[in-house]
Design a protein. Structure first.
Length: 367
């Protein structure tokens, strides 16, 4: 189960506290130097999710100092492994560079401690393995821990990539199936009715002079069939073009509330906007509210529409806790509608917390 941003930050804070206490409690004398090294080594881990690269660099430098001073040598490799994981998870290149840098940050001062007299500055506890007493096992241990962090991040990164590729393939397949269904329906409606219209038109043309009564009947049949065909085509395409005439955003909010979603709504007056923009705004809000109802616990959100500088902004902020699950096709559909207007779509963390879908539709470029 994936942790949310708040939970991940709490885990990082706990890890930072453990490293700081480890360094201080394992020091022969917990003086100002011990506290300074502990804070430099463990403190940055609390914000590794926000500044992963900077934290890794800072922890690597603090780790080198810790090895040379002899304070917290046992926990340096663990701190570096914890700091290495986010950059390694972000990309293979940053992971490889980070892992190499972490190994150098441990190995270089470790070798110096092993060969330079007078190092480390603070002797470690008796019987404890360290770079001055058992340099080879200490280096091997550090290498294994750091390599393990890099390998774990690589495995998770590969799994996420495969999951994203699978989701993209499923989305493409769903779109292709939907387009095929629509094409099949239109083919059936148009093909059948146009063939009937063509046949009746030929009959009417043939009977124009000889049997006027039957000619009128054929023309009436053509009219009826053509009207029926148009109605069928509108039925097939109606869901793709526009919402029903009596369904505005207010009705959409009412439907969401009746389905158990707590919606706080603030609407701008959209009556003077182009029809295509209003239709896209409706569909985007509809999909976002549907996602809140399906995936959020409790289902609670804010819906806002505003006209700013010749553009319409639609924002739906999910204030509940989203349940983890595979991505659906809704965001892709919203993105396609936004692209039609040359706008922009943001779907991610909201500034004040929660998950926000924010679409910007330019009014001047509306088709």
């Amino acid at each position: 189960m994936a942790l949310g941003p708040g939970a991940r930050w709490a885990v990082d804070v706990v890890a930072a506290g453990v490293v700081v206490l480890w360094v201080v409690l394992r020091s022969p004398e917990p003086d100002a130097l011990a506290w300074a090294v502990a804070a430099a080594l463990g403190g940055p881990l609390a914000v590794r999710g926000r500044w992963p690269v900077a934290v890794l660099v800072g922890v690597a430098l603090a780790g080198a100092v810790a090895v040379v001073t002899g304070l917290g040598q046992e926990v340096v490799a663990l701190a570096l492994a914890w700091a290495l994981y986010p950059p390694a998870l972000a990309s293979a290149r940053s992971g490889a560079v980070g892992a190499l840098g972490a190994l150098v940050a441990v190995a270089a001062p470790g070798v110096a401690v092993a060969v330079v007299p007078g190092l480390p500055l603070v002797p470690g506890p008796e019987g404890a393995e360290s770079f001055d007493t058992t340099p080879v096992p200490a280096l091997l241990y550090s290498a294994v821990v750091i390599a393990g962090s890099w390998a774990a991040a690589a495995v998770v990164r590969d799994r996420r990539r495969r999951a994203a590729e699978l989701a993209a393939a499923r989305t493409a397949r769903a779109l292709a199936e939907e387009r095929l269904r629509i094409a099949r329906d239109i083919h059936d409606v148009v093909g059948h009715n146009l063939s009937l219209i063509a046949m009746k038109a030929a009959v009417a043309n043939h009977l124009a002079e000889h049997r006027p009564g039957e000619r009128e009947a054929a023309l009436r049949t053509i009219e009826q069939v053509s009207r029926s065909a148009l109605a069928d085509v509108r039925t097939v395409l109606g869901a793709l073009r526009a919402p029903p005439a009596d369904h505005g955003l207010e009705r959409l909010v009412e439907q969401a509330r009746s389905a158990g979603v707590t919606v706080t709504a603030r609407h701008a007056d959209l009556s003077g906007l182009p029809t295509s923009v209003r239709v896209s705004a409706y569909r985007i809000a509809q999909e976002a509210l549907t996602n809140v109802r399906r995936h959020s616990r409790p289902p609670r959100c804010r819906l806002t529409t505003a006209v700013e500088d010749d553009r319409l902004v639609i924002s739906v902020v999910d204030e509940g806790t989203a349940r983890p699950g595979p991505p659906g096709h809704g965001l892709l559909g919203m993105g396609e509608r936004v692209d039609l207007h040359g706008g922009a779509l943001h779907a991610g963390a909201a500034p004040g917390g929660g998950f926000e879908v924010r679409a910007t539709l330019p009014l001047g470029g509306a088709p």
